[in-house]
Ligand binder design. Structure first.
Ligand SMILES: [Zn+2]
Length: 391
């Protein structure tokens, strides 16, 4: 099963725009209500039953079941029948909102994310099902919206079925992300002969075992400092005023620009790397931990995690490259030529100088060569170290 996401700008009629706005607002209310319900339930379980009513306005009977997805979906169906506002919104779209909340709690349980927050605004909503004949020339037929005009920047993929679609509101207007699916299974590519090791690091964006050092994109900095400037200016405006809204929209457009430019750069870089070798090996880095540490600011601005976890594997797969993450331990402490441990390096130490064999190379390139070697060992292109020493 293969999924492809295609994003298009849509041109909604005035009526469709107000409908989409209504959908976003309805989804937001449902999300926040359902979150409140879960929060209240959890809070009511925190203290002893007999002291609860002293501190809390609400009393939830002890035998009330936890409001899980099924419980909330059932209630939503009942409530939707009575609510004039929710009646106008497709029931599946609202159910998806509850699923999103359910997933947020699941992520929290797995310690991947924090406690879900109330939403000040909803950015998107999802139609989980589309009819097979929903696509036309420069248009898509959405449940309850009817035909919607899209700016078709590229053709729909052939042999794929449109499965679901998400409507996203951005500063520059509404977009649709269509997920296409094919049942044809494409086997994962087998490893080839040539390999490239890639080292992700902080001082520059990445280094490769062929000696490339790719710097973090500086062109984003100018946008980001502009955003900061505008955000400072926003503080002096009256919240909600005409000027405030104008500035808010300007900031939104800049954010969109940053996201698009960065994504574009990521894709170009991924294609550049995938042209270099048949096997692509990268370090198995926990970018979430990176995002929390001292490098937080940088790694968020450049979205390292998105590049290494999503875009690079995707481009590798699409171009038929073999892709593998390898163990990252001590990759910067080993000499790629003689494999002696060279000890921990300071971040300021930019060159690898081996005291054992005299090998000199840029530090990050040394790490990426180690990663290439580890990858080659993992797929059997290179003898393991123990058998090397025996031979
Ligand atoms: Zn050495």
């Amino acid at each position: 099963m293969i999924n492809y996401n295609y994003e298009f700008k849509v041109e909604l009629t005035q009526e469709q725009t107000s409908k989409a706005d209504l959908y976003l607002e309805g989804c937001r209310k449902v999300y926040n209500y359902a979150l409140r319900e879960r929060k209240d339930w959890l809070n009511s379980r925190k203290c002893a039953v007999n002291s609860c009513s002293l501190y809390q306005e609400y009393i939830i009977p002890t035998d009330t079941p936890y409001p899980n997805y099924n419980y909330q979906a059932k209630n939503l169906t009942q409530y939707r029948k009575r609510s004039e506002e929710l009646k106008q919104i497709h029931s599946q779209v609202l159910q998806q909102t509850l699923k999103t909340l359910d997933r947020a709690f699941e992520d929290m349980r797995k310690h991947e994310k924090g406690f879900p927050r109330f939403k000040k605004r909803m950015r998107s909503f999802l139609f989980p099902q589309l009819s097979p004949d929903c696509l036309g020339c420069e248009r898509i037929k959405l449940p309850s919206f009817g035909w919607v005009k899209i700016i078709q920047s590229r053709p729909f993929p052939e042999g794929f079925i449109p499965k679901q679609c998400r409507i996203v509101k951005k500063a520059s207007g509404y977009y649709v992300i269509i997920t296409f699916q094919s049942d044809v299974s494409v086997p994962d590519p087998l490893h080839g002969k040539t390999s490239l090791g890639i080292d992700a690091n902080i001082s520059n964006f990445l280094a490769t075992s062929q000696g490339d050092i790719v710097d973090a994109p500086k062109f984003l900095d100018q946008y980001l400092s502009k955003i900061k400037l505008l955000q400072r200016r926003l503080k002096h405006k009256v919240k909600g005023s005409k000027n405030w809204q104008k500035l808010q929209r300007k900031i939104g457009l800049l954010h969109e620009k940053v996201t698009n430019t960065r994504k574009d750069w990521h894709f170009k870089l991924a294609h550049f790397l995938c042209r270099k070798a048949e096997n692509i090996f990268i370090e198995d880095i926990n970018f979430k931990a990176w995002g929390r540490g001292i490098f937080r600011k940088k790694s968020l601005d450049y979205s390292c995690g998105q590049f290494f976890n999503q875009i690079l594997p995707y481009v590798a797969w699409k171009t038929g490259r073999f892709f593998l993450k390898v163990d990252k331990d001590f990759s910067s402490q080993e000499c790629p030529r003689c494999h002696n441990r060279t000890g921990k390096k300071l971040l300021s130490e930019r060159t690898h100088k081996c005291p054992h064999c005299g090998y000199i190379v840029a530090r990050d390139v040394a790490s990426s060569i180690i990663i290439q070697q580890r990858g080659e060992r993992a797929v059997g292109l290179r003898a393991t170290r123990s058998s090397q020493s025996l031979g």
